[in-house]
Design a protein around this ligand. Structure first.
Ligand SMILES: NC(=O)c1ccc[n+]([C@@H]2O[C@H](COP(=O)([O-])OP(=O)(O)OC[C@H]3O[C@@H](n4cnc5c(N)ncnc54)[C@H](OP(=O)(O)O)[C@@H]3O)[C@@H](O)[C@H]2O)c1
Length: 245
């Protein structure tokens, strides 16, 4: 199969491209650095030509509320139009578990907007929703105030990016589910405990303080906001294993 991977140079995308190649598929990494821009449309029609499936694992260069919403709206509209124009038979997008339960987060509102455009596109689709990647722990810490990292204790079930990429790659060469596939990691932590464990293992001395009123990217979290449902796929890599790797 030919699969065009939008964001194919990124953390998830490069792993998806490698896995598809290992399984004998033609995977095309599409990103600004390879001459494909979903905002300007540059190179898009050529990239999707003759593709059986389109995988969108791109991300906004800016996480400011308005920027990220504009990115996913414009990018997804352009991708849907290009996919329709070339007869792509399966549109796969990577989203975030619980996005619809966290409307105070500008980033997660943008992911919901992206999902809605895909659902409304009329294209056969699969939405893969993942929990937070282990690799994202530093970004979570950096997003809180300098010095002390203050985070809510709400539950999080983080997952290795490689395990998410495996699900995305497998989904892209399977039949469209026209719905959602969730994937999370094998263990549940409090958000503060997860970040504390990663910072300690990296010898990052910042103090991590748990506070139920603290916000995670603008939103309050309860125990279940970011947890996947009971039928979610489970990535096998445990946090301690990943930290040791
Ligand atoms: N972080 C998490 O914990 C988490 C959890 C669940 C879901 N997700 C989702 O996972 C997806 C992938 O995240 P990631 O961490 O792998 O992203 P990443 O490493 O930041 O990669 C982003 C990719 O998007 C590309 N890109 C940026 N602007 C583009 C444009 N205008 N046109 C085409 N491509 C563009 C980049 O290309 P260049 O290399 O050329 O800049 C890069 O290939 C995101 O949609 C995110 O919402 C993330």
């Amino acid at each position: 199969m030919k699969v065009v991977v939008i964001g194919g140079t990124g953390l998830i995308g490069s792993n998806v491209v490698a896995r598809l190649g290992e399984h004998g598929h033609e995977a095309v990494a599409a990103a600004p650095s390879t001459g494909v821009d979903t905002i300007t449309g540059e190179g898009l029609a050529e990239a999707v030509r003759d593709a059986d499936a389109l995988v969108d694992v791109s991300n906004s260069p800016s996480f400011a509320d308005d920027d990220v919403l504009a990115f996913f709206r414009t990018s997804t509209a352009n991708l849907v139009a290009a996919a329709k124009g070339s007869g792509v038979g399966h549109y796969v997008a990577l989203s975030v578990v619980g996005a619809e339960r966290a409307p105070d987060s500008g980033y997660l509102r943008a992911k919901v907007a992206q999902e809605e455009l895909v659902r409304a596109s009329g294209l056969p689709f699969s939405l893969v929703r993942a929990t937070q990647f282990f690799e994202f722990a530093g970004g979570v810490a950096d997003a809180t105030a300098d010095g002390v990292v203050t985070l809510p204790g709400g539950g999080v079930q983080p997952v290795a990016a490689a395990d998410v990429a495996a699900v995305v790659a497998r989904t892209s060469v399977g039949a469209p589910v026209n719905g959602v596939v969730e994937v999370g990691g094998p263990e549940v932590f409090g958000m503060d405990a997860w970040i504390r464990t990663v910072l300690r293992a990296r010898d990052d001395r910042r103090e991590v303080v748990g506070d139920p009123e603290a916000r995670y990217f603008g939103t309050l979290l309860d125990e279940k906001t970011l947890l996947p449902g009971s039928d979610a796929l489970v990535g096998p890599t445990r946090l301690e294993e990943w930290l040791a790797g």
